[in-house]
Design a protein around this ligand. Structure first.
Ligand code: AMP
Ligand code: MG
Length: 928
């Protein structure tokens, strides 16, 4: 790291870089008058910032700095010792205690800030007083154990009101063996101050021990000179305006890839992990930074911002960057609280390349350093972000570059070594501290143990290095396309995606016919009017199939069905399949123009409907009124067709972003493997009754309508509008001894809120699907239906019904679980590579259940279904992440598709409907 200076402060690095951005007069005159005025104002302000404001005369009393006010407030409200600034030394050799005591007194005399007393006056709020003479808080004791002694001194609180903010303790281990512990409160010091104090103490000790007077010059400035100067400077400059403008609309917080959410009370449990970057990488970092007119710190910060963006997808990341606050030469040897952590806001939106991200980071760092005279506490006051208990305002994570040089002061003839003391605190949720080492650069990750596991931090550290390396290798590639998954990640992910079941190539209606042969006299389908047996279902659907074949239905022909929930609906569906055709569900509740659109778009060979619904249905030349057609004259054996398992079984319309719903083409083989998996997993049998209540225009209704007749179980068709009426559902469940229910979570929520548990005792299986299931609804379901097992199933219409699943348990939160054995699920980055575990991305699906595509939309099909090294895949548009536990988590949508009670709605469709295009949105149906 070539650019870091003696104190390792990025401020120095920025000072060099900031010169690049100076305005020159030629450029100025090319600007519009308004911009000129602004530029001139900025220039004036900059001159003021550059030292035109004189250091104050000592004419008034001390004034607390903004940072001190912030620190005082923390001390008053939370107390504790997290802000004790400590250092400790082991000193071997003859120690002159008197000389040391005099040296300590002299240090306190030299720095009035160490004699400060912080008080709350009756009317005038918090205020600081400087005691004119104060004896240093110096004590000696005989001690047995170094660590215990240091720990007890460091963790002892200060009483700021009593003027106690600096103490020195000398522990005597033996005649020539001592431990010196120096502790100050952060309100009067910082880590630079700590070194100033130790250095002065050492010099004074040497002077006094040798019988000389102090060899130190009197300090030219005191901290309270600085605080008055700072107040004046801010009054004259544009720095506050700049911060207000820069942080306007900043995210409330930057999401961190943590294992657990931040605790509501400030957690202080912290731990550290060090990750080494080798010299070769650091050399490349240096070279690249130089080429970008940036500092290595800015490049590291860009990599960190990029990593956080990869996890959060927030498009806006704020990272704290501690600066020494001593960028003015005169302040370098002043003791006091100068350190200032500036919020660096980085625009990570729009898939920037690494190079762009470096440029953005550089601009935001330079801007911040130019306006660094404003203390963080003041920025917070000006910006007034919403405060959340336990969370640092404006940023939750920081990054800094430090020098790792440990300066040990020279105490005359004593042999002095520094004692490492780890307070174990985490002031921020996550802090990255980079420092040079002989072998390159070490990145110290300091993290809150409330939020992070060690393994997570190790993984993040590896990913940070990988992102940095890949970014330097491919600076013009989008950062969100850099492949961060390691070989181990990929091996593990492929284990989660093992395809173990081979599709058998069955036809849906064959599976039903086989069941009819096994249980011909068992009740198959019922509704409020009665029941038909498996034989009757088989024979009636065969007869209907003959009729449909006579109307011209062939493999891949579409037959629209517009019927209310009833036995006839089931006969119609099975009949279409047996005729070799594909059914297209048209929900009679949909608006007429939407029905007409779908009927036309699917190019149906026939329309199956009934007298009762016929009036609201668009006309079709081949309309079959199922209650009028005489099936008794037709054969009850199945027609012979040449339908194969790669022919269509159904076409289901889903909302389309262009304003027109699109028909998804599903083949028999895809649906068959899904239903066979359902059967292997949930084992429906004659003892089961499945309630048919899902509107049949949802693919999930296929579980009820298609799976049940393959299993020997009974299918009861709820009253057409019954699915929204909990008391009706409870009534049917108890009357029909229903064992299997299938719900969209929002409906499950309504159901479990009002159900009568006594009438639902027979329920053994509840399947939730179609939208995100919350833990609350899951828990409520498990409580109210204690005998039932609850499963969460996930799948889009484009991949037969469900492709991932998990049983929901009280003791774990909901996830999508794992892919089922005939499907694969991959989380991709923007480059089409797999994301590592824990990193969110777009969910892509593969396997035997994928749809053929969209009806009559080759371009859309090619966009959503594509060939990849991993096979043919479907892009879901869902945001998901493989959890570290090997469970898939659903995180929402990447586009503006929404779900309303399970209805999939592209907002684009709603918009185009509103501007009068073809098709009426499902949204209108649901909201109405
Ligand atoms: P659809 O095509 O109507 O089945 O809608 C599919 C979409 O519904 C998916 O892409 C998801 O956005 C959402 N979805 C389906 N099942 C689930 C589930 N179990 N959890 C969360 N979202 C789901
Ligand atoms: Mg679905």
């Amino acid at each position: 790291m070539t650019a870091s200076k003696a104190d390792g402060s990025p401020v120095d690095e920025a000072a060099a870089a900031s010169d690049l951005g100076r305005l020159n007069p030629a450029k100025l005159s090319a600007l519009s008058p308004a911009k000129q005025a602004l530029a001139e104002r900025r220039l004036r302000a900059r001159r003021a910032n550059n030292g035109a404001v004189p250091w104050s005369d000592r004419d008034s009393g001390p004034e607390m700095s903004d940072a001190q006010q912030g620190m005082f407030l923390i001390d008053q409200t939370t107390g504790g010792t997290a802000y004790n600034v400590a250092q400790a030394f082991r000193m071997l050799g003859p120690l002159d205690t008197d000389a040391l005591k005099r040296a300590v007194d002299e240090v306190v005399r030299r720095h009035e800030v160490l004699r400060s007393r912080f008080v709350i006056g009756p009317n005038d709020g918090a205020r600081v007083e400087v005691l004119t003479s104060a004896e240093a808080d110096f004590d000696t004791a005989t001690v047995a154990d170094v660590d215990t002694f240091v720990h007890s001194e460091v963790t002892r609180p200060f009483d700021l009101g009593a003027g106690s903010n600096f103490r020195i303790r000398l522990g005597r281990l033996g005649p020539d063996d001592h431990v010196l512990v120096m502790v100050t409160h952060h309100i009067v010091s910082d880590s630079v101050s700590k070194h100033i104090i130790a250095g002065e103490l050492a010099t004074l000790y040497a002077d006094f021990r040798a019988g000389r007077p102090s060899s130190l010059p009197e300090p030219a400035l005191q901290y309270y000179d600085y605080t008055r100067w700072q107040a004046k400077l801010l009054a004259d400059s544009d720095q506050l305006d700049w911060w207000r403008a820069t942080l306007q609309g900043a995210p409330e917080w930057t999401e961190l890839p943590c294992d657990r959410p931040a605790p509501s009370a400030a957690g202080v449990g912290g731990a550290k992990h060090t990750h080494q970057l080798d010299s070769a990488l650091v050399r490349r970092l240096d070279t690249y930074a130089r080429g970008q007119r940036a500092t290595p710190f800015m490049v590291l910060l860009a990599a960190y911002a990029g990593l956080l963006e990869r996890y959060s997808g927030q498009g806006d990341v704020v990272i704290g960057s501690p600066t020494t606050g001593r960028h003015r030469e005169e302040l370098r040897s002043v003791v006091g609280l100068f350190i200032n952590t500036l919020p660096l806001r980085v625009d990570t939106s729009g898939s920037p390349s690494f190079e762009q991200l470096v440029a953005r980071t550089r601009a935001s760092a330079i801007g911040a350093y130019r306006h660094q005279d404003v203390a963080f506490d003041r920025i917070v006051r000006e910006v007034a972000p919403r405060r959340v208990a336990g969370r640092n305002p404006l940023f939750q994570t920081i990054m800094t570059v430090k020098s790792d040089r440990v300066t040990v002061p020279d105490f005359a003839e004593l042999d002095v070594t520094a004692i490492n003391y780890d307070g174990g605190w985490a002031k921020f949720d996550l802090a990255l501290i980079c420092y040079e080492t002989p072998d390159g650069l070490a990145v110290l990750w300091q993290y809150s143990t409330d939020m992070f596991d060690e393994s997570t931090i190790q993984r993040l550290a590896g990913q940070f290095e990988r992102l940095l390396t890949l970014g330097l290798d491919n600076p013009t590639q989008p950062v969100d396309a850099l492949g961060l998954a390691t070989v181990d990640d990929l091996r593990y992910l492929s284990g989660l995606n093992e395809v173990t079941a081979n599709p058998t190539g069955s036809l849906l209606h064959d599976l039903m016919a086989q069941q009819a042969l096994r249980t011909p006299d068992a009740q198959a389908v019922g509704d409020e009017t009665g029941w038909i047996t498996y034989r009757e279902l088989d024979e009636r659907s065969n007869a209907l199939a003959h009729h449909l074949v006579s109307l011209g239905v062939r493999p891949d022909s579409r037959v629209a069905i517009c019927l209310n929930r009833s036995i006839a609906l089931e006969v119609a569906l099975v009949g279409v399949l047996k005729a070799g055709g594909a059914y297209v569900p048209l929900d009679p509740g949909y608006p007429a123009d939407r029905l007409a659109y779908m009927l036309d778009d699917c190019d149906a060979v026939a329309l199956l409907t009934a007298t009762a619904v016929h009036t609201s249905v668009p006309s079709h030349p081949n309309t079959v009124l199922i209650d009028q057609v005489d099936l008794s004259t037709l054969p009850t054996s199945p027609p012979v067709t040449d339908v194969r398992s790669d022919n269509l079984a159904y076409v289901i319309y889903t909302s389309g972003s262009t304003g027109r719903p699109k028909g998804v083409l599903l083949e028999h083989r895809s649906v068959a493997v899904q239903l066979q998996w359902m059967q292997r997993t949930f084992a429906l049998g004659p003892q089961d009754t499945v309630l048919q209540k899902t509107p049949f225009s949802f693919d999930v209704a296929g579980w009820e309508l298609l799976w049940t007749p393959m299993s020997g179980a009974r299918l009861f068709m709820a009253r057409p509008d019954g699915h929204r009426d909990t008391s009706y559902l409870c009534d049917v469940i108890s009357r029909q001894r229903v064992t299997v229910l299938n719900f969209v979570p929002s409906m499950l929520s309504a159901f479990t809120d009002h159900l009568d548990p006594d009438r639902c005792r027979t329920v053994r299986l509840v399947i939730a699907c179609g939208e995100a299931l919350s833990d609350a609804v899951k828990d409520r379901c498990l409580e109210t239906l204690p005998r039932a097992e609850l499963f969460n199933l996930y799948g889009p219409t484009e991949a037969a019904i469900s492709v991932a699943y998990e049983q929901c348990l009280k003791e774990r939160s909901v996830s999508l679980g794992r892919p089922i054995p005939t499907s694969t699920a991959y989380v991709f980055d923007q480059g089409g590579g797999q994301q590592p575990l824990g990193m969110p991305g777009e969910l892509n699906l593969g396997g035997a259940q994928l749809a053929r595509g969209y009806l009559g939309r080759p371009e859309l099909t090619a966009e959503k279904f594509f060939d990849h090294d991993l096979g043919r895949l479907y892009r879901t548009g869902d945001r998901a992440v493989w959890g570290l536990d090997g469970r898939l988590q659903f995180l929402g949508r990447l586009d503006d598709q929404v779900k309303l009670r399970g209805f999939r709605i592209e907002l684009g469709e709603v918009e185009s409907v509103l501007v009068g295009h073809v098709g009426v949105s499902q949204a209108c149906v649901v909201v109405a």
